[in-house]
Write a protein that binds this ligand. Structure first.
Ligand code: ADP
Ligand code: MG
Length: 907
């Protein structure tokens, strides 16, 4: 009879795997609510940010103080870390009994008491130099709303504390003020934390960080390293941050109702705060004994235990201690403990009674461990998902009397966690002195990070441009533009402002078939472009220009080009047809007519002899003659910027600016003829190829160049040239990043200062990696993988830092580009006498198109710098191919059927 009653109770306390899965799921939902800014206020699981953004890496070094506030003690510690991987921290500590009345009195008295304990401790330790500033970590095991690592308001007292005037106050300030008032030692409270965080931090080993902390003591709580951008209550978006789950309150909204038994209800009703901390009341050591007591009381009342009849002693609160419960579950000594425990309560248990009591204790402990496992599984799965991993390996630091009380607890925790989160491999590590050593670790890491932050800031500061800096760049660009446009050739402007002889943009009525060549981009291409009523159709072929040709003679280059044209015509069945040809030639040229362009200098890795100073159209025609290829009708030679503007202009008549941000950078725009001093004629407009990549070659930008820019410049084939381009374009951004990373390694901030031979390799860090690394919300694991592909063994924090460097470099590039464009649009607006200018920029270039933030930054900065210009950006599709054909077509439209217009004459 009694056996069935006991069986029934045991069944009530047994949780199926299904239920545990459901609990895990509900906890995950509650965690998501706590993390989200929108739902945080009503969340039962608070998920409080701790502002601890890093775990120890073993380089922590120095002396650290810790004050740990406990239920009835204050513990003070002096910890010395040697920077040896935290192998052998040296530790001195002292325990101070806390008078009961202090926990119930005024807050000020509590903090004064703590400060006095600290001073007394320091007197004994004799820290040598009395002027030394001692960093202190404050372990304060109550829920706090932290806004910084060294700032946190107490939300509410618990664990029997009821000091007045502390709730809602910053406890760091209260402690700091109390210490200062002693006027004895120079102590800086640099970190506030609870013991869960300390537990996690004390379990990190070199090379394997511990990223979850679990405490199952009188109460229970957990923390873990979350992706920072998930922690919406904190402003951090990069990296990770430890979140204090405060999971003890899970279930306060009824989420555990299917788990709770009538015994749990009674425990809750008799507790100090009924209805609160429902999860904790199933798991925490303060309650396990009570649950057992209520079960036994009910069984006894039903006559199933102790020979029937009432057992008044079971009506007394706290007669079973958790430690006893844990001892009673032991296979060997458990029964004897049960007997002696029951006898000590004045009972005379039978053999069977002892057995049944043991079974009840086991059921209660098992249930607690399983619920903990569901909680841990929820955390691990959350981490695994948010890191986009298929499998997560994590170390879990565990501490607390319940966990330590019996090995069985840990065994169940481990086994059930695995069942509930099979995708995660968790290693449980018993924490050694989380409150003390772990807290010192937190403090040390905080100081290490703060020092690092200062160094990183110092290193990156030269890359940060203020609005004033940018306005200055804009003004300089404007000045150089005016100089370049002016007739006066005595003053050499760094911005050449080359006339293109393109005097009109398309109007959409252009028709016919055209050939186009595109030289000067990543690929050399030949195209045939068909302009028709229903749009533009193109066929193109890519041809390789061998390095030997890129750096060979003029004849070899243009012969090669003709060969490619012939091949293309054959393939397209165009042999013998004499189509008008537009030639996109994306190098700086002095143009003397639409089909006459004298090369000024090579850029982008080309260095063909015999070209500079010559008309490239002429060179092409001569090669055609050499090759007896007569069907060549070169109508126009344009630059890729012009082509881009023209191709966008076909769709948007407002498009009067062309911009390239690819391998190099350049811009063109429609200028009033009256402003173009270098070409005769006052009427209409002409497109000006700015060649703005050379902006600053006369030294006017020297103030904003950094050491990194100078290093990049020195290593190029054209040092001192194209200085603006070298701050902005795809060929250089990766190199700038690489030099910054090298400097960070040298300062021992990155890759733990280990030399990284790979990083010494020029161009190893390509600009496309900036794009990949900067993608919003990209998991840091992916950043790490990108770096690993470069054979850079980046830690998690390294990845955060590399990303920050990339962001600084690409942001500056976009801002400088905006400053240049602002000069252009403002000049256009002014010379047209407009209060507001609406203009479209046709843009091309892989950096602009593929970088995740560049275009955004560019547009935002431009708006700030030129608020009276409404600028639309229009990415061009194959501007250099289509554009050249369109220039030819506009020219043919204007000159051929209706009779020639007089083209502007060069001086
Ligand atoms: P070009 O300017 O020579 O016509 P592109 O516009 O294609 O050629 O630009 C090529 C440049 O774009 C390369 O120098 C490279 O550094 C850069 N690049 C390539 N892929 C990316 C990317 N995903 N993000 C940013 N830049 C890139
Ligand atoms: Mg291009």
């Amino acid at each position: 009879m009694s056996r069935y009653q006991v069986q029934r109770v045991l069944l009530e306390l047994t949780l199926s795997l299904e239920t545990l899965q459901a609990v895990k799921g509900r906890l995950q939902e509650a965690m998501a609510e706590g993390l989200s800014r929108q739902t945080h206020a009503r969340a039962t699981v608070q998920m409080l940010p701790t502002y601890i953004c890093s775990t120890p890496d073993g380089t922590e070094k120095g002396d650290f103080l810790v004050v740990e506030l406990r239920r009835s003690h204050v513990r003070t510690l002096w910890v010395t870390l040697a920077g040896d991987g935290n192998q052998s921290p040296q530790l001195q500590d002292q325990l101070f009994d806390m008078p009961e009345d202090i926990t119930q009195g005024k807050g000020e008295a509590l903090f004064n008491f703590i400060a006095q304990c600290l001073c007394q401790f320091l007197d004994g330790v004799c820290p040598g130099d009395p002027q030394q500033r001692l960093p202190l970590g404050f372990v304060f095991p109550f829920s706090c709303r932290q806004t910084r690592l060294d700032q946190g308001e107490l939300i509410a007292w618990s664990k029997g504390f009821h000091c007045s005037e502390v709730e809602g106050q910053d406890v760091v300030q209260l402690l700091q003020a109390a210490i200062n008032k002693q006027e004895r030692y120079h102590v800086d409270v640099v970190a506030l934390m609870n013991n869960t965080v300390g537990t996690m931090m004390s379990c990190s080993t070199e090379g394997m960080p511990c990223e979850v902390g679990l405490v199952i003591d009188v109460g229970t709580n957990s923390c873990f390293m979350a992706e920072a951008w998930h922690v919406e209550m904190a402003e951090e978006t990069s990296g990770r941050m430890c979140v204090n789950t405060e999971w003890g309150s899970f279930g306060d909204n009824g989420a555990l109702s299917d788990v709770l038994t009538c015994y749990d209800q009674r425990v809750d009703e008799e507790s100090a705060k009924p209805g609160e901390k429902r999860f904790e009341k199933l798991v925490g050591g303060l309650y396990l004994g009570e649950i057992v007591r209520h079960v036994l009381a009910k069984l006894a009342a039903e006559g199933a235990l102790f020979g029937g009849g009432g057992v008044p002693v079971l009506g007394t609160k706290d007669v079973f201690k958790t430690q006893q419960v844990l001892e009673m579950i032991d296979d060997e000594a458990g029964l004897a403990t049960a007997r002696s425990t029951l006898q000590a309560l004045g009972l005379a248990p039978s053999e069977q009674d002892c057995c049944h009591v043991q079974q009840v204790c086991r059921a209660v402990v098992t249930r607690a461990a399983e619920l903990c496992a569901a909680g841990l599984a929820a955390i691990l799965s959350h981490m695994c998902q948010s890191r986009e991993l298929e499998q997560l390996k994590a170390n879990v630091g565990v501490d607390g009397a319940v966990y330590r009380g019996h090995a069985r607890f840990g065994e169940i925790l481990q086994r059930v966690t695995k069942l509930l989160a099979p995708e995660c491999i968790a290693t449980l590590i018993p924490s050694v002195d989380g409150g003390g050593r772990g807290a010192a670790m937190v403090t040390a890491v905080a100081l290490r990070l703060a020092a690092q932050r200062r160094e990183v800031d110092q290193l990156l500061a030269p890359l940060w441009l203020s609005p004033t800096d940018l306005q200055h760049v804009q003004a300089l660009m404007r000045q150089e533009m005016e100089l370049g446009l002016a007739q006066d050739t005595n003053v050499q402007a760094s911005v050449r402002m080359l006339p293109t002889y393109v005097c009109g943009t398309p109007d959409g009525t252009e028709r016919g078939d055209f050939l186009a060549l595109d030289l000067g981009g990543t690929n050399f291409r030949v195209l045939v472009v068909h302009l028709a009523q229903d749009g533009i159709h193109m066929v193109s072929e890519i041809y390789v220009i061998p390095l030997a040709v890129m750096q060979g003679t003029s004849e070899a280059l243009f012969d090669h080009i003709i060969d490619c044209i012939v091949d293309f015509q054959q393939k397209q069945g165009l042999t013998g047809q004499r189509l008008p040809l537009g030639f996109t030639f994306s190098f700086p040229c002095q143009q003397l007519g639409l089909d006459k362009a004298v090369l000024l200098s090579w850029t982008k890795g080309f260095s063909v002899s015999g070209c500079v100073g010559h008309d490239v159209v002429q060179l092409l025609r001569e090669a055609a003659q050499r090759k007896q290829h007569c069907a060549l009708d070169v109508v126009a030679v344009v630059n890729d910027t012009v082509g881009t503007m023209m191709s966008c202009g076909y769709d948007d008549p407002n498009c009067e600016i062309g911009l390239i941000v690819g391998t190099g950078t350049n811009a063109c725009y429609m200028e009033e003829m009256k402003n173009v001093g270098t070409v005769e004629g006052e009427e209409g407009r002409m497109c000006i190829n700015m060649e703005w990549g050379a902006f600053g070659d006369n030294g006017c930008l020297d103030d904003i160049f950094t050491d990194f820019d100078r290093l990049v410049d020195e290593q190029t084939i054209n040092p001192g040239k194209q200085r603006f381009e070298k701050l902005i374009s795809g060929m250089y951004l990766g190199e700038i990043v690489r030099y910054i990373l090298l400097a960070l390694v040298e300062k021992h901030i990155l890759f733990r200062g280990k030399p990284s031979p790979k990083l010494q390799t020029r161009d190893i860090f390509q600009t496309k990696f900036l794009s990949a690394i900067e993608i919003d919300g990209l998991g840091l694991r992916r950043v790490r993988a990108i770096l690993q592909d470069l054979e850079l063994d980046a830690s998690f924090e390294d990845s955060v830092l590399v990303r920050e460097v990339c962001q600084a470099v690409s942001l500056r590039a976009a801002q400088l580009c905006a400053a240049g464009l602002a000069a252009v649009t403002e000049k256009m607006r002014e010379s047209r006498g407009l209060a507001q200018l609406a203009v479209t920029v046709g843009v091309d270039g892989t950096l602009y198109k593929l970088h995740p933030r560049f275009s955004q930054h560019l547009q935002r900065t431009l708006q700030d710098l030129a608020p009276r210009c409404a600028v639309t950006f229009m990415p061009s599709e194959d501007g250099s191919g289509k554009g050249a054909a369109l220039v030819a077509a506009v020219h043919c439209r204007a000159t051929r059927p209706p009779g020639p217009l007089p083209p502007p004459q060069p001086q």
